[in-house]
Design a protein around this ligand. Structure first.
Ligand code: FAD
Length: 454
């Protein structure tokens, strides 16, 4: 690789054109910097990715926007994008441990009074702990080491008396967000995600966390930002190596080499090791990456000519904590047709699904959907599945999280600037972490850090 010194192609090179990298580039451009964004894929957006289903936009990655995600709402307004309310009129369905389906109205599944009391008190305990945590620095909590040494599963066993309440909380946090088995992440890790969303209700109540979707699909956000950046965004350009020093950075792809003063590396932290750094990154940075991994999730879209469940008074929303398919939502476009159900096979369910044949997996998915919304779910027009672990430039989802004890040991390190190298992505953000909101905040924070470094 050539010397770092030389004519500069840009003030800042951004690696990765996900929401974080593009928000960094947008803020840097607004401050008058020349930027180049190098993106490995042949599209922008990373973990947000639009597709079309029977002529209507659908999302294969991140999609829902919550009312409390303030940066997200501000960015949508700046880009001229609109939201529509996710459909959830009608009854919900809860499938219990015996496989019996219960229809219910409103927020709370009919668990029985003992489980309801136990769930409410455990959720309140989680909320109280999360309220003590600064989402920007969870490692600073006075009991951080203790909370990080306790697995979420161990906490469930000690603190939650009722089996059903425990199973539900596990399904919601482990299956719904961490996308890892509950014995593999710490209580502190879980609390960080809760704190990042502003509390348990914000994270677990579909009317809040799954409130709205972007008209035209969420990938329009990065697409609009990239359009404004124009030729500065280079697709199909995986960064292979970065030479860095006092004089700046030289970033190399297979076909080109760019010189710049600083770099914002906006890729998931589990992928940092795919780039060769010269000189090597400090040892603590390499160690940090070895303690973090993506969760496992397969996103499923089942397509029907019409949202048949609505005709039966169902919202399309259902929960089956003991089922192969644990959750389902109506994901039909604003006009209502085609009917689309969305589900996620996460954590153990994802690992199980990955070992099944495609046919067996599809049968199990359709069976699970039928238990939640009725037998007509067995006859879709199409079923789309994306296993995010198979995506070379992500390797899992929704977010990279630490093994037990890793957040306190290495969490702060992942954000630490190393000479001219700055870091961004949702996985290392505070407020909104794991979500598009966190990616926006992280990108803007990296741009501000670049300005501070001059
Ligand atoms: P990424 O999107 O991962 O961007 C990183 C970019 O870096 C990618 O484009 C990648 O291709 C690129 N890259 C990697 N390596 C290199 C390299 N060597 N050289 C160049 N480029 C490289 N969030 C929500 O808010 N609401 C939701 O409903 C929601 N649901 C989700 C459902 C699924 C199935 C998934 C996968 C995610 C979901 N999320 C959701 C999370 C949300 O999508 C992410 O938080 C957000 O998109 C992450 O953005 P990012 O820029 O931090 O990272």
């Amino acid at each position: 690789m050539g010397p770092v010194a030389g004519t500069r192609d840009a003030d800042v090179v951004v690696v990765g054109a996900g929401i974080a990298g593009l928000c960094a580039a947008r803020a840097l451009r607004a401050a008058g910097n020349e930027v180049i964004v190098l993106e490995a894929r042949d599209r922008v957006g990373g973990r947000v990715w639009n597709t079309e289903v029977l002529g209507q936009p659908q999302e294969l990655g991140g999609q829902w926007v919550a009312p409390y995600q303030t940066e997200m709402h501000a960015l949508l307004a700046e880009l001229g994008l609109e939201l529509f309310h996710a459909y959830r009129d009608g009854d919900r369905v809860f499938v219990d441990a015996d496989g019996t389906a219960h229809r219910y109205v409103g927020h709370d599944a009919p668990l029985g009074s003992a489980a309801e009391r136990s769930y409410a008190s455990a959720a309140a305990a989680l909320d109280a702990l999360a309220a003590e945590i600064d989402p920007e620095a969870p490692w600073d909590h006075p009991r951080a080491a203790e909370l990080d040494a306790t697995s979420f599963e161990a906490w469930l066993h000690t603190e939650v008396e009722d089996d059903l309440a425990r199973d539900l909380l596990r399904a919601y946090l482990s299956g719904g967000y961490m996308t890892k088995p509950s014995h593999t992440f710490s209580l502190l890790g879980g609390l960080w995600t809760i704190a990042g969303a502003g509390g348990v209700e914000n994270l677990f109540e579909p009317d809040l966390c799954l409130h709205s979707r972007v008209v035209g699909g969420s990938q329009l956000l990065p697409i609009r930002i990239a359009e404004a950046l124009g030729h500065r965004v280079v697709l199909g350009a995986p960064v292979r190596s970065i030479r860095w020093g006092q004089d700046g950075v030289t970033v190399a792809t297979a076909g080109a080499r760019m010189h710049a003063g600083q770099a914002v590396i906006a890729i998931p932290p589990n992928l940092t090791g795919t780039i060769r750094f010269d000189p090597p990154l400090p040892p603590w940075r390499f160690r940090a990456e070895q303690g973090i991994s993506q969760g496992s999730v397969i996103k499923v879209l089942a397509v029907y000519e019409r949202p048949f469940w609505r005709e039966e008074g169902l919202s399309g929303e259902g929960f089956a904590p003991y089922g192969f398919v644990r959750e389902v939502y109506d994901n039909s476009p604003p006009g209502g047709e085609p009917g689309v159900l969305v589900s996620f096979l996460a954590a153990e369910r994802c690992e199980q699904a990955e070992r099944m044949s495609p046919d067996a997996r599809r049968d199990a998915i359709l069976d699970g959907l039928a238990r939640l919304v009725g037998d007509r779910a067995r006859s879709p027009v199409d079923v789309l599945e994306v296993d995010w672990s198979a995506e070379e430039w992500t390797r899992g989802a929704y977010s990279a999280t630490f093994e037990i004890g890793g957040l306190t040991r290495f969490g702060a390190d992942l954000r630490r600037r190393i000479g001219p190298l700055h870091w961004a992505c949702t996985d290392i953000s505070g407020v909104g972490n794991m979500h598009m909101e966190g990616a926006i905040r992280s990108g803007k924070a990296a741009a501000a850090a670049v300005a501070d470094t001059r």
